[in-house]
Structures are given as structure tokens and as C-alpha cells.
Write a protein that binds this ligand. Structure first.
Ligand SMILES: [Zn+2]
Length: 280
């Protein structure tokens, strides 16, 4: 599933194509995706100018000149595909929502598994939308500090891995970047969240910020069928220290017997990758 760096990358790609453009035509090709498309979506989009974009957690908000914002979640397999009008290539399969700009570009929301979603909300009320209202701080903003993270984790009896996946603790993290941040901070994914406040939170916050920033700079990570708006492939998956590297040597430890390499365990039904020697 696309996480914060992938969503940020897709959003920047969409902004480069759509910002300042007027949408001359919009079309939905089915009733909806994860949920039905909002009533009047295509009619609202047609004639609107795209004023700008904002990301909140794993959601994108496309702000329109009508005073409304289109809330977009890519789900598991969603991607945005841009192509010039009249291109000879056939439209991609599973294209459920299509925008056409006055400048002659088609942008399609393609999602074979249809876990993605689209909603339409007043721009002034973005943060009170049910999917955004309870969301925790943006990890790359200054307001995400060790003090704030400590307060969110105090007393929690769940493993830190699960706590960081909870979008009300911190927004935008998923399985990949939680594994990578915990490795950088030297914290075991099994450690109870309530033991993180203090010195460990002081290590964890900069680790989260660094891994997300580096992943954005690399254009995100591409796994399976996920690609960016531009169709380019992100490169951060080549730099994972632990994620999806079970049995491989740990980048920070000497070879066995010093370190058994990267271990995989399953927590709450999801794979966790870590070094049992340095992550305590
Ligand atoms: Zn190690």
C-alpha cells in the first residue's frame, strides 16, 4: 500500500500536471471504488480550475476553484496515469475516474483492486472529514516532536510497531517505513509503546523524519504494481535496510555469529523485519 512518501510523490506529479489547469471534462466509469463516487462528482469537476494540492497522511486533497476539495486515497493498488489527449495508446484497464484538462491532458485514476476512494468535501472543512478528523500529526512537520510522540504513546500496552501504524498516533506511516524507522532508532518492534516516551522517542522522531525524507527524495518505493503519476518508478526499495530482507545480512552488524541477519516476524497479521541484535 502506498505510504506517505509514495502519496507525496504521486501528489507532486499530479500538481505538476494539473495545478492551474481547468478541467473541461470529467467522467466516472463505474459506480465507485471502495465506496460509491460522491453524487455529482463529474459535474463538479467539469469547468473547475485546480487551485492546488495538499497531502494529509496517505490522502491527497485536490483543491478546486469551486471551494471544494477532492479527497483521494490510492488504496492498495491505485495509481494516477496521465496521457496526452488523442494519444495512440489505448486507455489503461481499470480506469475508473478520468479528468481532461483544457491543456489537453487526460488523467485517470486506475485501480484494479478498487480499494481506492474518492470523496468531495468543502475545502474549508477538509480536516473535519471523517477520514481525516482523528488523524495524528504530520511526521515531517515541525509540530511532530519527541514530546508530542511521547504523549501519544504514554501508557499504551501495544507493541510500538502497531502503535506507529495507528494513524491517530502519527499520520502516513505504513508497514515499510515503520520497519525502517524502528531499525534506524535501534528500537525493537516488539517493545511496548508505553516504554518509548523519553530517550527512545528522542531517537525515534528523527529516524521517522529521516527515512520519510529520504524516501520522498528517491521518489518513493515501488512494490508490485504501484507506480507514480508520471509512470516513473520510485527507487527507495533498493535502499531498504530491513524491509523485505529476511535472512539477509544486517547493514549495521558484523556477519554471523555476531548477528543472525534480518529476522521476519508476524505482528497483527503483518510482516515485521528487524535486527534482533541491535533493536532492543
Ligand atoms: Zn544487526
Amino acid at each position: 500500500m502506498p505510504e506517505l512518501p509514495e502519496v507525496e510523490t504521486v501528489m507532486r506529479g499530479l500538481a505538476a500536471i494539473l495545478e492551474g489547469q481547468t478541467i473541461i471534462h470529467a467522467e466516472t466509469r463505474r459506480e465507485g471504488m471502495r465506496w460509491p463516487f460522491p453524487a455529482g462528482l463529474a459535474a463538479t469537476l467539469a469547468g473547475a480550475r485546480v487551485e492546488g494540492f495538499r497531502r494529509r497522511g496517505k490522502y491527497m486533497l485536490m483543491r478546486l476553484s469551486t471551494g471544494q476539495s477532492v479527497l483521494i486515497h490510492l488504496g492498495m493498488s491505485g495509481r494516477m496515469v496521465a496521457r496526452p489527449r488523442g494519444a495512440n495508446t489505448p486507455p489503461p484497464a481499470h480506469e475508473h475516474l478520468i479528468l481532461e484538462t483544457a491543456g489537453g491532458t487526460h488523467v485517470g485514476f486506475v485501480d484494479p483492486r478498487r480499494f481506492g476512494s474518492v470523496d468531495l468535501i468543502p475545502t474549508a472543512a477538509e480536516d473535519s472529514h471523517r477520514l481525516l478528523a482523528g488523524m495524528g500529526p504530520e511526521p515531517l512537520e515541525e509540530g511532530f516532536t519527541p514530546t508530542i510522540l511521547s504523549a501519544a504513546l504514554a501508557g499504551k500496552q501495544t507493541p510500538i510497531k502497531a502503535a506507529l501504524l495507528d494513524q491517530s498516533v502519527v499520520a502516513g506511516l505504513g508497514n515499510i517505513y515503520v520497519c525502517e524507522a524502528l531499525f534506524r532508532a535501534g528500537i525493537s518492534p516488539r517493545r511496548l509503546a508505553g516504554t518509548i516516551p523519553g530517550a527512545r522517542a528522542t531517537r525515534l522522531v528523527p529516524a521517522i523524519k529521516a527515512v520519510l525524507s529520504e524516501a520522498i527524495a528517491a521518489g518513493g518505493s515501488t512494490l508490485r504494481d504501484y507506480v507514480q503519476a508520471s509512470g516513473e518508478i520510485g527507487g527507495f526499495q533498493d535502499r531498504f535496510a530491513v524491509y523485505d530482507r529476511e535472512g539477509e545480512p544486517c547493514p549495521l552488524c558484523p556477519n554471523p555469529p555476531g548477528c543472525p541477519g534480518i529476522t521476519r516476524i508476524v505482528q497483527a497479521g503483518r510482516s515485521t523485519f528487524f535486527c534482533a541484535r541491535i533493536q532492543r
